[in-house]
Design a protein around this ligand. Structure first.
Ligand code: IPD
Length: 274
C-alpha cells in the first residue's frame, strides 16, 4: 500500500465517474439497446459496456500496473483474478434495470483494493448528482459533506433495505418471500432502491438503517463497503460472519447490535464465489 497514493486514486476515480456520468445522462432519455445475461431480468445495455470500457482505459492510462475487475468484462467471460495487487473493482451501471426504465437510482460504483482490502470507494448517481466517496481512515462524504450512519440499535424502529435481485429461480423467490414475511412485521419499513451500491450508500448516510442481499457480486458492494465503514457502520456477511468481498452476500447496518439482530433472522443463499 506504500506505493499507492490513495488520495490521488480517489480524485482520479471521482473525475472518471463524472465523465462516465455524462455518458449515462446522454443515454438516459434515448432508446436503449438491451440484452439479457443469466436471466430474463439480468440486463446489460450498450451504455454498461461503453462506461466500463471508458473507466478501464482511463485507469489503465494513469495506473498501468493496476489490475481491473469489471462487471461486464466478467460477464463476457474474463476470469476474476483477485490478488494483493492494487485492483479497481467496477460496476459501470449499478441499477441497470432502473436505467432501462429511467428510474433515477443508477450509480457508477468504483473501488480500489490493496492487499485485498478496499481503500477507496466512489459511488456516483449522475442523475441526482450525488457523489459518495470514502478513503481509508479519512471518513465518508456525500458531495462535500461528511456522512454518518444513524444510531439505530433496535430492529423495531429500523428502516431496512432489501432487494429481489436479478434471479427468479424458486430458491431465490422463496428466500425473498421468507425475508419479507420475517421482517415486515418487526421493523419500521422496507425499501428497495434497485441498486446495491446505492442501498449501501443510504445506510452510510442514514436514510436506511440496514440492508442485506445475497447473490450480488464484488462490483456491487466493494465501494459501498468502505463508504459504510468510514461512515461508522458495520459490514458483515449475511451469516453474521466477517464480510468477504468474493462471497456474494452483504449485510450492513448502522450498529453492530442491529447487524447481529438482522443476521439472526435473515434467510440467505450461499452462491458460488466470484
Ligand atoms: C444489480 C443491482 C440490484 C441487485 C442485483 C444486482 P446491476 O446490479 O445492484 O440492486 O439487487 O442483485 O445485480 O446488475 O444493475 O449492476
Amino acid at each position: 500500500m506504500d506505493s499507492v497514493d490513495v488520495e490521488h486514486c480517489r480524485n482520479t476515480a471521482v473525475k472518471l465517474a463524472r465523465t462516465a456520468g455524462e455518458v449515462i445522462k446522454n443515454a438516459w432519455s434515448k432508446k436503449k439497446s438491451i440484452q439479457t445475461k443469466l436471466s430474463q431480468v439480468d440486463l446489460v445495455t450498450e451504455t454498461d459496456v461503453e462506461v466500463e470500457k471508458l473507466l478501464r482505459s482511463g485507469f489503465k492510462e494513469i495506473y498501468p500496473d493496476h489490475r481491473f475487475i469489471g462487471e461486464e468484462s466478467s460477464s463476457a467471460g474474463e476470469e476474476t483474478q483477485f490478488s494483493d495487487e492494487p485492483t479497481w473493482i467496477i460496476d459501470p451501471v449499478d441499477g441497470t434495470m432502473n436505467f432501462v426504465h429511467s428510474f433515477p437510482y443508477v450509480a457508477i460504483s468504483i473501488a480500489l483494493t490493496v492487499n485485498k482490502e478496499v481503500v477507496v470507494g466512489v459511488v456516483y448517481n449522475p442523475i441526482l448528482d450525488q457523489m459518495y466517496t470514502a478513503v481509508k481512515e479519512k471518513g465518508a462524504f456525500l458531495n462535500d459533506t461528511s456522512i454518518h450512519v444513524t444510531s439505530k440499535q433496535e430492529l423495531s424502529d429500523a428502516l431496512l433495505a432489501l432487494e429481489v435481485g436479478s434471479g427468479r429461480d424458486e430458491k431465490k423467490m422463496e428466500s425473498v418471500f421468507t425475508n419479507l414475511k420475517t421482517f415486515i412485521p418487526i421493523c419500521h419499513g422496507i425499501r428497495s432502491m434497485g441498486s446495491a451500491a446505492l442501498n449501501m450508500c443510504h445506510v452510510a448516510s442514514g436514510g436506511v438503517d440496514a440492508y442485506f442481499e445475497s447473490g450480488i457480486h464484488c462490483w456491487d458492494m466493494a465501494a459501498g463497503d468502505i463508504i459504510i465503514r468510514e461512515a461508522g457502520g458495520v459490514v458483515l456477511h449475511p451469516s453474521g460472519g466477517p464480510f468477504d468481498l468474493m462471497a456474494r452476500g452483504v449485510l450492513c447496518a448502522s450498529s453492530q447490535k442491529l447487524a447481529v439482530s438482522v443476521s439472526e433472522k435473515v434467510n440467505y443463499i450461499n452462491y458460488e464465489r466470484d
